[in-house]
Design a protein. Structure first.
Ligand SMILES: Nc1ncnc2c1ncn2[C@@H]1O[C@H](COP(=O)(O)OP(=O)(O)O)[C@@H](O)[C@H]1O
Ligand SMILES: [Mg+2]
Lengths: 242, 280
């Protein structure tokens, strides 16, 4: 199956660099945890819990987002503009739908791998995180949304320099504005309404509240809706990208 | 059967390919001969679903090509002008990935990979990363990769550029041999010897237009099989003649140094376009 072929190749590439992949995945989040966990975490409490417990789901969501987005966008961009392996893949019997699905699956896998590492590190700081099937579902959907966005961006942008711009103007602002480091209700009502349905805000809410939270079904539903809207766009881009 | 119906490709105002019409029947050894920038690569890229036609149509067995046509793509093997290898994995893994994309099962992949690596004399470097290969090795790897899934139609975009004479001959022998076993071959080149030696039919292409299309011998015969070549007013003059004696006779009137020789595809190209293939 062509879908499995793409996953296999990414797996091989991942294994080739497993040490650096793993180390680079934990450095950033560990610094965040140090700063917010030991640095200010002890003294501050947010929304009725310690700040460390509050911020850990935010950091998990934020990192899985940037990992899924970054890995898919940059690997596609390189294979399209430099290695030209994207052309080899497009000439092969794989269909754009299967190719898009495979790359999104890779993005989900890589995102969850990093999230697992971060959660492991976070246990050194705080043990209140509740891992559940619901948690995993929200995490996977978050990775899926941002893998799809990464897929579209990787196939559309014209140079590797533009990648940094997209990160600066889209991914980094979202990292801070989606309830990751502080609750959304600190925003004025209008802004809050604007940010609330962004995928990352949804994921943060879901990871933080768990299945027991109020209207917990809304989170996976909205994330799935984002996927359903963006996936056909990605497939369409894949049919034409050069 | 590949049909080109008045195919054009525009990049802004530039017509990279300009109204090409052509049929390539199964089993043919077809060549596109033209200088750099003539539009050869663009024609191959359109045929293999990498870029869309701007107008006209390319039909493969009656169907317009696109990236959803898995069955058609399965039948194609492509050696592009520039390498498209996965740099971070080994040659063996590159071939393995290719085999998986083309739905080959594990045992077939294994035997085919060993056979092809052996054939390309890459066996002892098979587990090195493709990025560590020399350009000649990459070219060989690209060619066996295209053959990995036993395609029916092989596209080769300037396959022997940068290779030495021996390597070029070896590839020629391989291609002739495979064509005689039924493989359809579509080759582009700017080496007239290559087109003349290999192709049963050659399209001469310049600035996106097909200027003439026929077998190499018919292309030459339509202009004259012999060339009388001499200097006049500081310029080289090439005159076609049907027979050597006619050319020799004409040379008797010259008081400059001259040469009588057999005509080749370059002469035909110059006669048609006033441009050389090699210089541009
Ligand atoms: N992606 C592109 N964008 C703009 N111009 C292009 C592109 N690809 C090819 N061209 C132009 O189209 C013409 C034909 O190019 P090409 O098909 O590569 O010629 P050849 O392979 O015969 O050397 C050239 O003038 C080239 O510069
Ligand atoms: Mg070319």
């Amino acid at each position: 199956m062509t879908f499995k072929a793409v996953i296999w190749k990414d797996w091989i590439v991942f294994l080739n660099k497993i040490a650096s992949n793993t180390i680079s995945a934990v450095v950033g989040p560990t610094l965040y945890l140090l700063a917010f966990g030991w640095g200010i975490g002890g003294q501050v409490s947010v929304a009725g819990q310690s700040y460390v417990s509050f911020v850990i789901p935010g950091i998990v969501a934020m990192n899985s987002m940037s990992v899924s987005f970054g890995i898919i966008a940059s690997s596609l961009n390189i294979s399209r503009l430099y290695d030209k392996t994207f052309e080899a893949e497009m000439m092969s019997p794989i269909t754009p739908v299967a190719y898009t699905m495979a790359k999104v699956a890779v993005g989900i896998g890589r995102g969850i791998y990093c999230a697992t590492l971060i959660i492991a590190v976070s246990l050194l700081f705080d043990r209140s995180l509740v891992l559940s099937p619901y948690f995993l579902l929200v995490l996977a959907l978050n990775c899926a949304v941002f893998s799809i966005i990464g897929f579209i961006v990787g196939l559309l942008i014209k140079s590797h320099g533009d990648m940094a711009k997209v990160s600066n103007f889209v991914i980094t602002p979202m990292s801070f504005l989606c309830g990751t480091l502080f609750p959304l209700d600190r925003f004025p009502v209008l802004l809050r309404a604007l940010f609330e349905f962004l995928p990352l805000s949804m994921a943060v809410t879901g990871l933080r509240q768990g299945a027991a939270g109020p209207n917990s079904w809304v989170v996976p539903a909205v994330l799935a809706a984002w996927c359903l809207v963006l996936f056909p766009v990605a497939v369409n881009v894949c049919k034409k990208a050069e | 059967m590949i049909e080109y119906q008045n195919v054009s490709k525009f990049y802004g105002d530039l017509a990279a390919v300009d109204g090409i019409s052509l049929d390539i029947p199964d089993g043919e050894f077809f060549g596109l001969l033209g200088p750099n920038g003539a539009g050869k690569t663009t024609i191959i890229r359109m045929t293999t679903a990498l870029t869309a036609v701007s107008s006209g149509a390319i039909l493969i067995d009656g169907e317009p090509i696109n990236r959803d046509l898995s069955k058609t793509k399965q039948r194609f093997g492509v050696v592009p002008q520039y390498t498209n290898l996965e740099a971070e994995i080994s040659a063996r893994q590159n071939l393995d990935y290719h085999g998986r994309l083309y739905g080959m099962d594990t045992s077939l992949r294994k035997s085919k990979i060993d056979e092809l690596l052996e054939f390309a004399e890459l066996s002892d470097r098979a587990d090195d990363k493709a990025s560590s290969y020399s350009s000649g090795m990459r070219r060989r790897l690209m060619i066996i990769k295209a053959l990995m899934h036993s395609p029916d139609v092989l596209f080769l975009d300037e396959p022997t550029v940068g290779l030495d004479a021996t390597a070029r001959r070896n590839i020629w022998d391989l291609l002739r041999n495979m064509n005689s076993q039924g493989l359809t071959i579509f080759l582009t080149t700017h080496y007239l010897e290559e087109a003349q030696a290999l192709c049963s039919r050659v399209g001469l292409i310049d600035k996106g237009k097909m200027v003439q299309l026929d077998s190499p011998s018919a292309l030459i015969a339509s202009h004259g099989n012999y060339i009388l070549e001499y200097f006049k007013d500081g310029e080289m003059v090439y005159q076609f003649f049907n027979a050597r004696e006619e050319a020799v006779k004409a040379s008797e009137w010259l008081n400059a140094s001259f040469q009588v020789r057999e005509a080749n595809l370059e002469d035909v190209f110059v006669a048609l376009t006033n441009r050389r293939i090699a210089e541009s």
